[in-house]
Design a protein around this ligand. Structure first.
Ligand code: FEO
Length: 171
């Protein structure tokens, strides 16, 4: 039986992860409209990964006999004036998600919920990876985004990203 406060935070995180998927799909939408199909692909893959994160937490709640409530997902409302802005917005968003994961981890630690802490270890590592990837993308954009030829090459590179299901099972 999960602690009520921990289960509530996990349930809220299901919604936050689906929001992340929606947010990144909108980034993909932005880049598609600008003709940067590689960037669009990158964020479309990212959106799928966020759906995976949501479902991993959803499954964990169900496996632990905790009820799941699916709330409304907020509309993404960001507007961008240049191609780099979504990348910075993504970094700020990932740092925020890291803080949410850490908050759940701390709540689980408070009640000695070792099972949830172990479950969240994957997410703690994943957030480190997501922040690193976003930093790298910003660096590459800083280096190459200013010239059409190199932006074209970077876009081509990002077109190669493919989706794969999470490498580590949360079971
Ligand atoms: Fe599910 Fe990008 O954190």
């Amino acid at each position: 039986m999960l602690d009520h406060a921990v289960a509530k935070l996990l349930n809220e995180q299901v919604n936050k992860e689906f929001y992340s998927a929606y947010l990144y799909l909108d980034f993909s939408n932005y880049y598609s409209a600008k003709g940067l199909n590689g960037f669009a692909n990158w964020y479309r893959v990212q959106a799928r990964e966020e759906q995976d994160h949501a479902l991993m937490i959803y499954d964990y709640l169900l496996e632990n006999n905790a009820p799941v409530t699916l709330d409304a997902i907020a509309a993404p409302d960001k507007k961008f004036e240049d191609f780099a802005q979504p990348l910075h917005a993504a970094l700020a968003h990932e740092e925020y998600v890291t803080s949410l994961i850490h908050r759940i981890y701390a709540a689980a630690a408070d009640v000695k919920d070792y099972r949830t802490m172990k479950f969240l270890d994957w997410f703690v590592a994943e957030q480190g990876e997501e922040e690193k990837n976003t930093h790298e993308l910003i660096s590459r954009m800083d280096l190459f985004g200013g010239k059409p030829e190199s932006l074209y090459m970077l876009d081509k590179d990002l077109a190669a990203r493919t989706y794969s299901a999470p490498a580590v099972s949360a079971d």
